[in-house]
Design a protein around this ligand. Structure first.
Ligand code: 5GP
Length: 190
């Protein structure tokens, strides 16, 4: 997606060979127009798949997921990372090792929102080693729902997440694929 790649080049900050900071438009300040275009791009890719729910993880997956949900006309569920007093009933629970925080967190979704007949599009802001995606896949499987595809805003293709998901037979679509962040420079795959 050209508008996204342009934004990454212009406003992304390469923090290391492994980490790209996109606080200017995705992870802290959010660019609504770009999010709308991202939602439209995901909707175009997955429109004919009979998606009934979108599942993401708080916080940074929510903006692109909501915009895709708006375009596809389906509800968006975000897995919660923290204990919530209001999230009491019948939880589906998994564990995710966070790439950016380097710590493990428990993620949860209320079973009443994710049903066995749901056809799910999973969306996240980044795909690195695939830990978040695998945690979400685990939750969706616990519900007995079908994972139709995975939509990623920014994929760091040099980390192992994409290859693993491909090998497991998941349909992954990434709107920007980064080949390397070496020498402070973003290089795209295609
Ligand atoms: P994974 O679980 O695939 O290893 O990492 C994906 C998660 O870690 C995403 O939900 C994202 O929040 C965070 N993440 C991974 N790599 C980066 C990065 O380079 N920059 C930022 N801002 N977040 C990242």
């Amino acid at each position: 997606m050209e508008a996204l790649k342009k934004k990454i080049i212009e406003e992304g900050i390469v923090l290391s060979d492994q980490v790209l900071k996109v606080d200017a438009f995705l992870n802290h300040q959010i660019d609504p127009l770009l999010m709308q275009q991202i939602g439209q791009a995901f909707a175009k890719l997955f429109r004919d798949q009979g998606i009934t729910k979108i599942v993401t993880i708080e916080a940074s997956g929510i903006a692109p997921a909501v915009m895709a949900g708006l375009e596809l006309g389906v509800p968006v569920i975000f897995a919660r990372k923290y204990q919530s007093l209001t999230l009491t009933d019948n939880l589906l629970i998994s564990k995710v090792f966070s790439f950016t925080k380097q710590s493990e967190s428990t993620i949860a979704v209320s079973a009443k929102h994710l049903l066995a007949n749901d056809r799910v599009l999973l969306i996240d802001d980044f795909l690195a080693n695939g830990r978040a995606a695998h945690g979400l896949i685990d939750l969706i499987k616990q519900a007995g729902a079908t994972i139709v595809g995975i939509g990623v805003v920014i994929e760091k293709s040099f980390q192992k997440g994409r290859q693993e998901l491909d090998e497991q037979g998941y349909w992954v679509e990434s709107l920007a694929r980064i080949q390397s962040l070496e020498n402070g420079t973003v290089r795209f795959l295609d």
